[in-house]
Design a binder for this molecule. Structure first.
Ligand SMILES: Nc1ncnc2c1ncn2[C@@H]1O[C@H](COP(=O)(O)OP(=O)(O)OP(=O)(O)O)[C@@H](O)[C@H]1O
Length: 917
C-alpha cells in the first residue's frame, strides 16, 4: 500500500459543491488463477487487452453468440496490483468524502474471485490517503468516525459489537435508511481504524466452501465518515462544515450450489446471498434503464441500506472481480453482465453540508454574532436617522404651534368681530326692547318712559335730540306695528300661545332666539346724541342729516313740521332717484315710490282685494275687524299714492303730507331709516376695517351717498327755486345713470341675499314667525341691505352652530326642528281661531288640501314656508302667518289675503325685487 501524493490530494480541494451527475464507475479486475484452478489445469479465458476492455479469448467457446469483448471504465488484469486498482478505479470516488460527498466502493463478483482481497486493499489505501490528506491540511479540523455491519442471512449485525444482535433499519426523512443503534466509533488516528478493521474482520461471518476456505458468507459494509471544518482564522472565512461517508462494500460472492457443493448452513447462506445479489442486480438493471419506478430497494436489506449509493447521491464505483478460469466462465459472464448494467446507472452526488452538533453550535454562534453586529449597525442607523426624524418632528411641531397660534388669533378676531356686532345689536335690541315696551306703555298708559323721549328732548330745548327722538319714536312705532299690536292679546290667550311668548312677546320671542332685530340697533344710534354727533363729524351723510335737522328744526316750529323734512329730503333723494326733470321731484315722491313697492304696499294691495273684503265681511271677530279697518284707513292713504302717476302724486302727496299724519310719519320713518342706514354703513365699515373682516355691505350704495354734494344752505336755497334746469346741467344726469346702474347691481345682490336667507331659514328651522316678521319688515330699498347682511350673518352663525362649528345653545335651541313642529301645530290651531270657515275652505282649496281630509289645518301649517324657491308661496306663507299671529299689518290685511287671489302672480313672485324699482 502506498500513499497518495500531496498533488493528488490537492485535486480534491476544489470539488464542485453543486450536484454532480455521473455514471457509476465500473471496473473489472481479473485475479490470477489460484492454485486450485491451476492444479486442475484450468485455463484463463479472459484477457484485458487494454485498460478498459476485457475479452473472452477462448475461441473454442461454444456459445459464440455471446459477446467476446467487454469495455468498462477500467479493467485490470491478473497482474494489476490492488494499489493500481485503487488509484485508477476507486481513489477518486473514495476520496470524494473529503469534499463532503458520499461515496461507495463496491466489490462484486463470484465467490473466491477476490472481492475481499480487493476491498481490503482499497479500504486501507483510502484510509491511508485520508489520513495523509488530513495531515497535510491543518487548516481544517477533521473528525473520522467508523462503523461496520454485515448482512448475514438478511440480518444486519454490528461488526463493532460482539453481542451479534440484529439491528433494525429505520427510515429517516433526511438521511434515508439508517441502521438503528449501529456502533459508530470516532477514530483517534489511523491505527485506531486499523484496529477496528481487524475487529470487523474477526467479527465477519466466514465459512469454508469448496471454492474458498475463507469465504465471506455475508455482505460487509464498512462506513467511514469524515467531518471537517475550517479551523481558527480560516474558520471565520469558511464556515461550512463538511460531512460525508465513504462506504466500502464487500459483497458476499454469488455461488452455485452445484459448484460449491454447499449444503445446510452454507446452502442457506448461499440462498440469502444469491437472493440479495439478485435484488441488487435487479436494482442495477432497472437503474441502468432509467426506470425510477418500482425499484426493489426494499426487497433486500442490502439494497435498502445501499439505496443512496445505487443511483442516489453517492458517488459509486463498482469493482467487479472475476476469476479468469474457464471453469467459472458462466459466473464471469454474469459478473460482466452486472458490470455492464452498472455502468449505465447515473448517480447524483452532492456535497453534504451536514453540520455536526459542534459545528452547528459554532455556526449558530457565528450567526448570532453576525446578527448582533447587524443589530448594532441598525441601532446606530436608527440613532442617526432618529436625529433627522427628531428634527422633522420638531419642525412639524413648530408648524403646528404656528398654526395653532394663527388659529387662536383668527378665532380671537372672529370672536371680537362677532362680539362687536352682537354688542351693537344687543345694545340696539335692549334699547328697542325697552323702547318697545315704553312705546306700548306710552299708548296704553299715556306715559313715555324712554330716556331720550321727544318730550324730554323738547323740555331740554335740544332741537337735534328732539328731532331724532321724534323720528326714532316713529321708527320704533313701525317696529311695534309690524311685530304685533296684539301682544297683550297673545299673552292673555291660552297656553297654546306659549309657543310665541312663553314669558314674553313675539318680539322678545324672536329676540330671545335670534337676538334683537338688526334695525333696533340703528335706532339707538340715532337716539344717542353723542354717538350721532361723533358720526356726524365723520361722514358726509351726517352732513346731510345736519342740514335736514337744522331745517327740520326750523320748520318744526311751523304749523307744518313735515314740510321741512320734505325740503331736507330733497337734497338727499334727488341724487338717488331720477326726478331731475323737475325741481318738484322731491324726496316725498321718492319715498312714496319706494314705499309703494314695499311689502307693506303689497300687503295693502292684497288686503284691498274684493275677495278678501268679502271674506272679511263674514268675520265674526269684531275686534280684529275694527283693527283691520283702522289699519286700512292708514294704508289707504299709501294706496292712493301708489296708484297715482308722478304729477298727480306730487299734488296729492303735497296734500297728503299736510293732511295725513300717518303718511307723514311713515315718510319720516323712511327717511330716518335711510339716514340711519347710511350712518351705520359708515360705522360698520370702520369696525370691519378694525377686525379685518371683509364684509361688503352695499358698497355701491355707500358710493352713491358719497356722490351727494351737500350744498350750503344758502346755495341750496338759491339753486332750488331759480335754477331747476341746472340740476340736469351740473352732471345730475350722469349721477342718475350711476344711480340706476347701482340700483340694478344692488337689486341683483339683494335678490341673491334674499334667496339665500329664505333657504337658510328653512335649513336652520327658523320659526315661521321670525320669517314672516322679517319678510314683512322689508321695504325693498337699499336701506334693507344692512339687515340682509346681519340676517345672513346670524343665519350663517346659526348654521355653523347646528353643524358644531360654533357652540351656541340659544342658536341650537332656535334651530330645533321640534320647536318648529310645535309652532306649526300652534299655527294650525290658530287657523281655526283666526279664520272663518269660509276663509279656511278657500285657503285649503288654494293650497291643494282636501277640505274634508283629517288634520287639514295641520296639513296647511306644515306647508307654510316650505317652498323656498317659490316666491309666490313665500309671500302667501308670510301673509297667512302674519294673519294668524296677529301682526298688525297682517291685521290690517283685508280678507282677500286669505283668498284665492292674493296678488297678481307677477307682483307676488317678485315683490322684493319689484319693490326696488
Ligand atoms: N488479485 C489477486 N491476486 C492474488 N491473489 C488473489 C487475488 N484475488 C484474490 N486472491 C486470493 O484469492 C482468494 C480468495 O479471495 P477472496 O477471499 O478475496 O475472494 P472473495 O471473492 O472474497 O470470496 P468470497 O466471496 O467467498 O468471500 C484469497 O486467498 C486471495 O488471496
Amino acid at each position: 500500500m502506498g500513499s497518495i501524493s500531496g498533488d493528488s490530494l490537492l485535486e480534491w480541494d476544489g470539488q464542485d459543491s453543486s450536484i454532480q451527475e455521473e455514471k457509476i464507475f465500473v471496473a473489472v479486475r481479473l485475479r490470477p488463477l489460484n492454485e486450485r484452478e491451476i492444479s486442475k489445469n484450468d485455463v484463463s479465458d479472459w484477457e484485458c487487452i487494454n485498460s478498459t476492455t476485457v475479452i473472452f479469448k477462448n475461441s473454442l467457446q461454444e456459445r459464440s453468440l455471446l459477446p467476446t469483448a467487454y469495455t468498462f471504465d477500467r479493467v485490470f488484469g491478473h497482474d494489476s496490483p490492488t494499489r493500481q486498482v485503487y488509484e485508477e478505479a476507486a481513489k477518486k470516488i473514495a476520496l470524494s468524502v473529503l469534499s463532503g460527498m458520499n461515496s461507495t466502493i463496491f466489490a462484486y463478483g463470484q465467490t473466491s474471485s477476490g472481492k475481499t482481497f480487493t476491498m481490503s486493499g482499497i479500504t486501507e489505501c483510502t484510509v491511508t490517503d485520508i489520513y495523509d490528506y488530513i495531515k497535510k491540511h491543518r487548516e481544517r479540523d477533521f473528525v473520522l468516525k467508523f462503523s461496520a455491519m454485515e448482512i448475514y442471512n438478511e440480518a444486519v449485525k454490528d461488526l463493532l459489537c460482539s453481542d451479534g444482535t440484529p439491528l433494525r433499519l429505520l427510515d429517516d426523512p433526511e438521511r434515508g435508511t439508517v441502521v438503528d443503534k449501529l456502533t459508530e466509533v470516532t477514530l483517534r488516528d489511523e491505527n485506531h481504524l486499523y484496529e477496528l478493521l481487524s475487529i470487523c474482520e474477526a467479527q465477519r461471518q466466514i465459512g469454508e466452501t469448496t471454492l474458498n476456505e475463507l469465504s465471506s458468507r455475508s455482505h460487509q459494509i464498512l462506513k467511514l465518515t469524515v467531518e471537517s471544518e475550517a479551523r481558527g482564522y480560516f474558520g471565520a472565512e469558511n464556515s461550512s462544515t463538511l460531512t460525508a461517508s465513504v462506504n466500502f462494500v464487500d459483497l458476499a460472492g454469488s455461488e452455485r450450489a452445484s459448484q460449491t457443493h454447499s449444503a445446510g448452513t452454507r446452502l442457506k447462506e448461499g440462498c440469502h446471498i444469491n437472493r440479495s445479489l439478485l435484488t441488487l442486480g435487479t436494482v442495477i438493471r432497472k437503474l441502468s434503464k432509467g426506470r425510477n419506478a418500482h425499484i426493489p430497494y426494499r426487497d433486500s436489506k442490502l439494497t435498502r441500506i445501499l439505496q443512496n449509493s445505487l443511483g442516489g447521491n453517492a458517488r459509486t464505483a463498482i469493482i467487479c472481480t472475476m476469476s479468469p478460469a474457464h471453469t467459472h466462465v458462466e459466473q464471469s459472464r454474469n459478473t460482466l453482465l452486472f458490470a455492464s448494467c452498472a455502468k449505465q446507472v447515473n448517480t447524483n452526488a452532492q456535497v453534504n453540508v451536514v453540520m455536526s452538533e459542534k459545528a452547528l453550535v459554532k455556526q449558530l454562534q457565528r450567526e448570532l454574532a453576525k446578527m448582533e453586529g447587524e443589530l448594532r449597525n441598525l441601532s446606530s442607523l436608527s440613532s442617526s436617522s432618529g436625529v433627522s426624524s427628531s428634527s422633522a418632528l420638531r419642525e412639524k411641531e413648530l408648524l403646528i404651534e404656528k398654526m395653532d397660534k394663527e388659529i387662536r388669533e383668527l378665532t380671537h378676531q372672529r370672536d371680537l368681530a362677532q362680539s362687536r356686532v352682537e354688542d351693537m345689536l344687543r345694545s340696539g335690541g335692549e334699547y328697542q326692547a325697552s323702547k318697545t315696551w315704553g312705546y306700548m306703555n306710552h299708548h296704553e298708559k299715556g306715559s313715555w318712559t324712554d330716556e331720550y323721549s321727544a318730550s324730554e328732548a323738547s323740555e331740554i330745548n335740544d332741537p337735534f335730540r328732539s328731532d331724532v327722538a321724534s323720528r326714532t319714536s316713529h321708527f320704533s312705532e313701525r317696529y311695534d306695528n309690524v311685530v304685533s299690536s296684539k301682544i297683550e292679546d297673545q299673552f292673555n290667550e291660552n297656553i297654546e300661545e306659549q309657543f310665541l311668548s312663553d314669558d314674553t312677546s313675539p318680539r322678545l320671542y324672536i329676540d330671545k332666539y335670534f337676538g334683537p332685530d338688526p334695525c333696533q340697533g340703528w335706532e339707538k344710534i340715532a337716539q344717542e346724541p353723542n354717538k350721532v354727533n361723533i358720526e356726524i363729524d365723520n361722514c358726509k351723510e351726517v352732513q346731510c342729516i345736519e342740514i335736514d335737522l337744522s331745517k327740520g328744526n326750523q320748520i318744526s316750529n311751523t304749523p307744518s313740521p313735515q314740510k321741512g323734512d320734505h325740503v331736507s329730503a330733497k337734497s338727499f333723494s334727488s341724487s338717488e332717484i331720477d326726478f331731475s326733470s323737475s325741481e318738484n321731484e322731491d324726496f316725498d315722491h321718492a319715498v312714496k315710490v319706494v314705499r309703494s313697492q314695499s311689502c307693506e304696499a303689497i300687503m295693502t294691495t292684497i288686503m284691498k282685494s274684493p275677495s278678501f273684503e268679502e271674506a272679511k265681511e263674514n268675520e265674526n271677530d269684531n275686534a280684529l275687524q275694527n283693527e283691520a279697518n283702522h289699519d286700512q284707513e292708514k294704508v289707504s292713504d299709501i294706496e292712493t299714492v301708489v296708484t297715482n302717476n308722478n304729477e298727480n302724486t306730487r299734488t296729492e302727496d303735497s296734500q297728503s303730507s299736510v293732511t295725513n299724519d300717518t303718511f307723514n310719519e311713515q315718510e319720516e320713518e323712511k327717511k330716518i331709516m335711510v339716514i340711519n342706514k347710511e350712518c351705520v354703513d359708515k360705522k360698520q365699515e370702520e369696525e370691519e376695517a378694525q377686525v379685518n373682516e371683509v364684509i361688503e355691505i352695499e358698497p355701491k350704495s355707500a358710493k352713491k351717498i358719497e356722490k351727494i354734494d351737500p350744498l350750503p344752505k344758502e346755495k341750496e336755497e338759491e339753486k332750488k327755486p331759480n335754477k331747476p334746469e341746472e340740476t340736469a346741467d351740473d352732471g345730475s344726469s350722469d349721477k342718475t345713470k350711476d344711480i340706476k346702474k347701482s340700483s340694478s347691481d344692488w337689486q341683483i345682490e339683494f335678490e341673491r341675499q334674499k334667496k339665500e336667507i329664505i333657504e337658510l331659514w328653512n335649513s336652520c328651522h327658523i320659526p315661521l314667525v321670525h320669517r314672516t316678521y322679517f319678510f314683512l319688515l322689508f321695504k325693498g330699498d337699499p336701506s334693507d341691505s344692512v339687515y340682509l347682511e346681519v340676517e345672513l350673518r346670524r343665519l350663517s352663525f346659526l348654521k355653523n352652530s347646528m353643524h358644531g362649528v360654533t357652540d351656541d345653545k340659544s342658536c341650537k335651541q332656535a334651530s330645533s326642528a321640534k320647536a318648529l313642529k310645535r309652532e306649526r301645530e300652534m299655527l294650525s290651531r290658530r287657523l281655526l281661531k283666526k279664520l272663518s270657515a269660509k276663509e279656511r275652505q278657500a285657503l285649503f282649496e288654494k293650497w291643494g288640501i282636501d277640505v274634508k281630509s283629517k288634520q287639514r289645518r295641520l296639513q296647511l301649517s306644515r306647508k307654510l314656508w316650505t317652498e323656498t324657491n317659490n316666491m309666490e308661496h313665500v309671500s302667501e306663507s308670510a301673509a297667512i302667518v302674519a294673519k294668524l299671529v296677529g301682526f298688525k299689518e297682517a291685521g290690517r290685511a283685508p280678507k282677500e289675503m286669505f283668498g284665492l287671489s292674493f296678488l297678481p302672480a307677477n307682483v307676488r313672485a317678485s315683490s322684493w325685487r319689484n319693490s326696488l324699482m
